[in-house]
Write a protein that binds this ligand. Structure first.
Ligand code: ZN
Length: 296
């Protein structure tokens, strides 16, 4: 499943084509993805100019003139590609192979931009992705967004915020970090990586990172920095892969090569001088990869 850095990479990749362009026509090639398209979706978005491309958690937000916002989620296997003439560009590389078959092209946005006509095509073999439409002014109260915590990008996520969320919690740290009410869009891969970077076990209680006055301990400050850094690094890696690979070939993507613990069960820990072995524990149905020797 694409995680936040991949979605952000997609957003940045689509922005030059979509932002400011006229959405001449939305072509829906089936009535539904994971959910049915909203009634009159194609009619409501067609003929509108795209004001900006945003993101909240793992949702792409396509702001249209007039105040409607297309909310797009890539699900498990969704991807966008841009076609403008003979060139085809697919922003972002993914851990899992992406679909290439045109029979899975379900939505085509026909655009007229500053550089001429272009098509932005949504492809999704498994159809777990979806698109919805909402008014900008009620977006923060939308069912998708109203309970989301802070973004792990930007400056808002800090140790004091997490201390307030974690104080007194016996819940495992891994689960607390995956809870979207605490941090929006942070997924399994990057939680594992951030915990490894900060030397913290996914199994320890979240409340142990908060002192008796409710203030963050040093370990929580370290973890907060690690979360922000791991996401920033992944976005930077996605940005470079976007330049390096004009056409995605569908093989395993770039991000996996930089994983330190994720999906590395039984392999040597990469912490210098540790000598431990990466272990896997299943927590709430999700695999946690960690080094029992240096993550306490
Ligand atoms: Zn280790």
């Amino acid at each position: 499943m694409p995680e936040l850095p991949e979605v952000e990479t997609v957003r940045r990749g689509l922005t030059p084509t979509m932002e400011g362009a006229l959405l001449v026509r939305a072509e829906l090639r089936r009535p539904d993805l994971r959910f049915p398209f909203p009634a009159d979706f194609a009619t409501l978005v067609s003929g509108k100019r795209i004001v900006s491309l945003g993101r909240r958690a793992k949702y792409l937000l396509i702001d249209l003139e007039g105040g409607d916002v297309i909310i797009a989620h890539l699900g498990m296997s969704g991807s966008f590609r841009v076609e403008d003439g003979p060139l085809s560009e697919a922003p972002g590389d993914f851990h899992h192979p992406r679909g290439k078959s045109e029979k899975h092209d379900h939505v085509v946005f026909h655009l007229e931009g500053a550089k001429g006509p272009a098509r932005v095509i949504y492809n999704d073999p498994r159809r777990f992705g979806f698109m919805d439409l909402a008014r900008r002014e009620v977006l923060s109260n939308h069912a998708f967004f109203r309970e989301l915590g802070e973004e792990p990008t930007g400056n808002v996520l800090d140790a004091a915020y997490l201390a307030a969320r974690f104080a007194g919690k016996a819940q495992p740290l891994k689960s607390a970090l995956l809870d979207q009410k605490n941090i929006a869009g942070l997924g399994n891969i990057y939680v594992c990586e951030a915990l490894w970077r900060s030397g913290l076990s996914p199994l320890r209680a979240a409340g142990t990172l908060v002192d008796t006055k409710g203030k963050p301990k040093a370990a929580l400050m370290l973890l907060t920095e690690a979360i922000r850094a791991v996401i920033a690094d992944a976005i930077a890696a996605g940005g470079s892969s976007l330049r390096d690979h004009i056409q995605t070939d569908g093989t395993l993507g770039y991000f996996q090569h930089s994983f330190s613990v994720y999906d590395r069960e039984g392999e040597p820990c990469r912490t210098p001088g540790c000598g431990g072995t990466v272990a896997r524990a299943v927590q709430a149905g999700r695999s946690s990869f960690y080094c029992p020797k240096c993550q306490k």
